[in-house]
Design a protein around this ligand. Structure first.
Ligand code: PLP
Length: 283
């Protein structure tokens, strides 16, 4: 009897269970999960697991479109049919299947579960215990890695869209500007300096950022890789964001206040035109 999965109400062998590449859980980690244990087909602490699941779903504003009873029934059916005395029952609910991006996906949330055998330690192994190490808690403080750990980014984008903005610019605990949810940030500060935050492990090294800096250096345009604050950004004469998809986009509104008179600035335009030329020359 193979291990089984339950995907959107359909039971299949676990090894054959499939979800779409376009699942927002796959793109962004945009989903929640519960890992439960069942004994003789009954989930241990089921209500406690379901209460936590409800809280997680609410926090990410995912409505699974299936009743709690249906989800509980699915898990218990898998536990029962697994035939294991003690089963590991896993359930995850993702935001759904749709175009990559912050918009609500067209498809309904995807509910997926499986049951496998819960492998417990032998008494001898348990008596021997385990070894652990200590590490600084830096979950997940690695924006310099272009990883799929994008939940904070996509939630920030969603917040921007809700406020009639298209992108969110992050600042840290010291009010220093870092980067945006899916792009790097450049500014012409009030004193005329062209700046972008430095590569210090707290931003992604955007390829667009890299190419813009390289071209600027080659043509004698000074762009400083330096820190600047949110307050300095608010006073900037020009702001633009950069990214492979975005290319170079002028920022003309920041937290509801107009930037640069509401139009693309001179430096932004000049660097954009040069960027487009560079892309064309590469072909
Ligand atoms: C967080 C973040 N910063 C910056 C960028 C820009 O990188 P690139 O210019 O390589 O597209 C991206 C692109 O997706 C990003 O996700």
């Amino acid at each position: 009897m193979p291990d089984l999965a339950w995907i959107n109400g359909e039971i299949t062998p676990l090894a054959e269970a499939r979800v779409s590449f376009l699942d927002h859980g796959y793109f962004y980690g945009y989903g929640v999960y519960e890992a439960c244990k069942a004994f003789a087909g009954k989930i241990y602490a089921l209500q406690e697991h379901m209460n936590r699941l409800d809280r997680s779903l609410r926090a990410l504003r995912i409505t699974p479109g299936r009743s709690r009873e249906e989800l509980e029934g699915g898990m218990e059916e898998l536990a029962r049919r697994s035939g294991y005395e003690t089963a590991f029952v896993y359930m995850q609910i993702t935001r759904g299947v749709g175009k990559r991006g912050p918009e609500q996906p067209a498809g309904a949330p995807v509910v997926a579960m499986f049951a496998t055998e819960l492998e417990t330690m032998t008494p001898a192994a348990w008596n021997g215990g385990i070894a652990v190490i200590t590490l600084p808690d830096e979950r997940w403080a690695h924006p310099d890695i272009k990883s799929l750990n994008l939940l904070p980014n996509i939630l920030a984008k969603e917040k921007a869209l809700e406020q009639d903005a298209q992108e969110a610019v992050f600042y840290n605990a010291q009010n220093i500007v870092t980067e945006a949810a899916s792009s790097n940030v450049f500014a012409v500060l009030a004193d005329g300096r062209l700046v972008t935050p430095p590569l210090d492990g707290h931003i992604l090294e955007g390829v667009s950022r890299l190419m813009i800096l390289r071209r600027a250096r080659e043509s004698g345009i000074k762009i400083e890789e330096t820190y600047f604050t949110r307050a300095e950004l608010a006073q900037a004469a020009e702001i633009f964001i950069t990214g492979t998809g975005a290319e170079i986009i002028p920022v003309t509104g920041l937290d509801g206040v107009r930037v640069g008179g509401g139009r693309a600035g001179e430096w932004t335009r000049r660097l954009y035109e040069d960027y487009l030329r560079a892309v064309r020359q590469s072909g």
